[in-house]
Design a protein around this ligand. Structure first.
Ligand SMILES: O=C(O)c1cc(=O)[nH]c(=O)n1[C@@H]1O[C@H](COP(=O)(O)O)[C@@H](O)[C@H]1O
Length: 231
């Protein structure tokens, strides 16, 4: 367990590529995130190997399905020993409550942190409107985060642009995990609602999820250390 606020997104095509970076990191320096690409390629065994190497692992599979399926998937994820996992808040209150209850039942006080994705950081308001959501993006994030808190989850994934608003509305203990983090000189890639690492923390983010600015850097360790120094 580390108190680092940086979660490095291990978005790699296979276990060997991910492990090559992990071997150069240190569990006191950062936490790690395994998402859909690496999990699909490398499977649960790789997640367990990271846990065995003493890393706090955020398993980012963004479950979104009927309540029973999501509850069972969350239990299976928790069995891997991960520190945090997530679902989509747009799955609704019954789905999120089932996830929470499933984890409580199987793992009690040892259950991982359970958070819900509000609006993906790649999305802007125009894209949201094409999905039939007519309220503003900020109002939609607030509504989904409020629902998440009602369901008893620990926090949400959002952009740091919404962090101050959510902290004010839902309290300082509601965990705000923010991807879409870009150091001042970094490329946008497919993200739209970006914030710099330093600004994200100032706005109230609890954890910064950072992928390509570290993993695609000429030297990922130098990139990570520069970010740590600047925050
Ligand atoms: O749940 C997530 O982690 C997530 C939610 C979100 O809204 N936006 C988002 O980018 N992510 C993840 O965070 C990581 C961001 O990676 P980079 O854009 O490379 O820094 C990716 O692994 C995404 O899957």
């Amino acid at each position: 367990m580390t108190d680092s606020k940086i979660i490095v997104a291990l978005d790699y095509a296979d276990a060997a590529s991910a492990q090559a970076l992990v071997a150069r990191l240190d569990p006191t320096l950062c936490k790690l995130k395994v998402g859909k690409e690496l999990f699909t390629a490398a499977g649960p065994a790789f997640v367990e190997s990271l846990v065995k190497q003493q890393y706090d692992v955020f398993l980012d599979l963004k479950f979104h399905d009927i309540p029973n399926t999501v509850a069972k998937a969350c239990q299976a994820a928790a069995n891997l020993g991960v520190w945090m996992l997530n679902v989509h808040a747009s799955g609704g209150l019954p789905m999120m409550q089932a996830a929470r209850e499933g984890l409580d039942k199987a793992h009690g006080t040892h259950a991982p942190l359970l958070i819900a994705v509000t609006v993906l950081t790649s999305m802007d308001e125009a894209t949201l409107h094409t999905l039939g959501v007519q309220r503003s993006l900020v109002d939609h994030v607030l509504a989904l985060a409020t629902l998440t808190q009602q369901a008893g989850l620990h926090g949400v994934v959002c952009s740091a642009r919404e962090a101050a608003m959510l902290k004010q509305a839902l309290g300082a203990n509601f965990c705000l995990v923010t991807p879409g983090i870009r150091p001042p000189d970094a490329t946008l890639d497919d993200q739209t609602r970006i914030v710099t690492p330093k600004e994200a923390l100032a706005l109230g983010s609890h954890y910064l999820v950072i992928g390509r600015p570290i993993t695609q850097a000429t030297d990922p360790i130098v990139a990570l250390n520069t970010i740590i120094k600047n925050i």
